[in-house]
Write a protein that binds this ligand. Structure first.
Ligand code: ADP
Ligand code: MG
Length: 263
């Protein structure tokens, strides 16, 4: 479990990043962080990663306090996909990038098979010999997810992965997210795409003005009037449709199908 207590971060110019955020994230949770621009979402993720050192509060993973651990030490547990993935890519080919991640594993068995499986899952097989800068930004994000799989990190954090992605890439990302869920990974994302969040993420945390104003299931956030509004969001399409058509709240396509097929 990730336990975050009273976390606050203020930038050196006096700007408040986050203010007194506490949250507990169970293993294998899918959590989407929502909130208006400038509310503190990226600051929160950077504190979790160890890129920023919070002035107060603490973070522990599986009861081990990680406040003093460096980014590298934290990378044993946490994989991160930045908004600009190029900042994290440094090898000459996509294949080398994933091999580099695989090399950090304790078990070095079947490395070639693991490499091929990761490239396939991330739809990168045909691009494996290319330089990471020669593929799209969406594909660069998939390389980084591939690296997290290579390192076998349990927690995968992505800051606005869907922003700037076309429909096809979002579908690809959805496929990868569903795979990560089957692997029981903890997935934490920031996203403004509520249709994507609704379909694939069970929990949400809404940050507004640097504070956490809601944490709980996405369904409950949809049920409670004003919760999504406070984060300046509207109900996802599927929730709106199902409420209007059958006065029942669906947040996934599966629920929508069940709604119309149950007797
Ligand atoms: N490098 C920085 N220096 C100073 N202030 C910053 C910096 N990065 C972010 N901030 C401020 O911190 C607050 C939270 O920003 P951020 O975490 O990036 O928000 P979000 O990701 O929700 O859009 C904003 O008021 C922003 O202006
Ligand atoms: Mg941000």
């Amino acid at each position: 479990m990730i336990k975050i207590e009273h976390l606050s971060y203020q930038y050196s110019n006096g700007e408040q990043g986050i203010n007194d955020i506490s949250v507990e994230i169970n293993p294998s949770t899918t959590l989407a962080i929502l909130g208006p621009n400038g509310s503190g979402k990226s600051t929160f993720l950077k504190c979790l990663m160890g890129i920023l050192k919070p002035q107060s509060g603490s973070i522990s993973i599986s009861n081990q306090n990680i406040d003093k651990l460096s980014i590298t030490q934290r990378s044993k547990y946490i994989g991160f996909v930045f908004q600009d993935p190029r900042e994290q890519l440094f090898n000459f080919t996509i294949e080398q990038e994933i091999r580099f991640a695989l090399r950090t594993r304790k078990d070095q068995e079947d490395i070639e098979a693991k490499l091929d499986a990761i490239l396939e899952l991330c739809s990168l097989t045909q691009h494996r010999s290319k330089h990471p800068y020669d593929v799209s930004m969406a594909q660069q994000k998939f390389i980084l997810i591939g690296c997290a799989l290579g390192m076998n990190q349990d927690i995968i954090i992505m800051d606005e992965p869907t922003s700037g992605m076309d429909h096809q890439s979002i579908k690809q990302l959805a496929k990868i997210v569903e795979f990560l869920k089957k692997e029981k990974k903890t997935i934490i994302i920031v996203s403004h795409d509520l249709n994507f969040v609704s379909e694939h993420f069970e929990h949400v945390m809404i940050i507004n003005h640097h504070h956490c104003i809601y944490q709980g299931t996405f369904k409950e956030a949809c049920r409670r009037e004003n919760v999504l509004n406070q984060g300046e969001y509207e109900l996802p399409d599927i929730a709106r449709l199902s409420l209007k058509a059958r006065n029942s709240l669906c947040t996934t396509h599966q629920e929508w199908i069940e709604l119309w097929t149950k007797k």
